[in-house]
Design a binder for this molecule. Structure first.
Ligand SMILES: [Fe+2]
Ligand SMILES: [Fe+2]
Length: 274
């Protein structure tokens, strides 16, 4: 399925990864939260990827750019409509419906329409450079300064689907050193034995409270106590930003999580103090 530009192949992998996670969430008790986060991430990634692809087509003077742009617009409009329906009633948009639409549309688009520009971009000197000029975090200076490939991240979430959505978002910017655990004891074991740069934890980890983990981190030895912590929470649950910060978290975000906000939020925590 390669289109001949590694950055675009990597975008396609991210988009397909999101669709696969949607499949895994079917019937899950947190299916609605997963659908919301996936739709939000998909909308962001599609916008970012389409812009990237069109910049590259422009650089190659691809003759079918206008038609291709129109097809992208039609897809973006459909995802936007799904998201609007979700915002109105999160229980009204099911994972299976999204998956059917995405399989038939996006995968078909990648396998056919995108393949048409392949021969134009392969070996074109400006194609890769044009694609590189568009990034998910936009002009975010801090996000550009983060060395994502060296970052050591621990994710704590009892919901495996949501964990995988976060993983897809982080891998898309180059994170490779990432542990994901689903309970507090496993989280404490990783924190005690492995050097980490950031902890991203759900507030409700099954029956356990992620804020207890934050308090435990802050009571630990100096290196552990300084660990930046981002707390996430399902928007339907009773949670409060002030309580999370009071427990020692550095940042709090509600699900559905925006990929861009997650990356920019993490980058803010990782910036060395001035
Ligand atoms: Fe594409
Ligand atoms: Fe495309």
């Amino acid at each position: 399925m390669s289109v001949g530009v590694p950055l675009l192949d990597s975008d396609h992998k991210t988009l397909i990864g999101l669709i696969n996670q949607l499949h895994r969430s079917i019937g899950d008790e947190e299916e609605y939260a997963a659908v919301g986060s996936m739709l939000l991430a998909l909308e962001e990634y599609a916008a970012h990827h389409f812009a990237r692809e069109e910049k590259m087509m422009e650089a190659c003077r691809y003759p079918l750019l206008a038609q291709h742009h129109e097809t992208h617009g039609s897809f973006a409009g459909k995802v936007k409509a799904l998201r609007a329906r979700y915002d109105e009633d999160p229980t009204g948009v099911r994972a299976r419906e999204c998956q059917t639409f995405l399989n038939s549309w996006l995968i078909d688009h990648i396998c056919t329409t995108d393949m048409n520009y392949r021969s134009w971009v392969i070996g074109h000197p400006g194609a890769e450079a044009a694609a590189q000029r568009v990034s998910l975090t936009g002009g975010g200076r801090r996000a550009r300064q983060v060395d994502w490939a060296r970052l050591r991240v621990l994710l704590v979430d009892d919901n495996v689907t949501f964990s995988e959505i976060l993983r897809t978002i982080l891998v898309s910017v180059g994170v490779t050193n990432l542990s994901a655990v689903h309970d507090l004891d496993s989280a404490k074991a990783v924190i005690s034995h492995e050097p980490l740069d950031i902890l991203v934890s759900d507030w409700h980890v099954g029956e356990e409270n992620g804020l207890d983990l934050v308090k435990w981190v802050r009571r630990g030895p100096p290196d552990q106590a300084r660990l930046p912590v981002l707390i996430l929470s399902g928007h339907e649950r009773m949670t409060n930003r002030d309580l999370a910060l009071l427990a020692g978290a550095d940042e709090f975000m509600e699900k559905p999580i925006s990929a861009r906000n997650l990356l920019l939020g993490m980058a803010r925590l990782l910036e060395p103090a001035a």
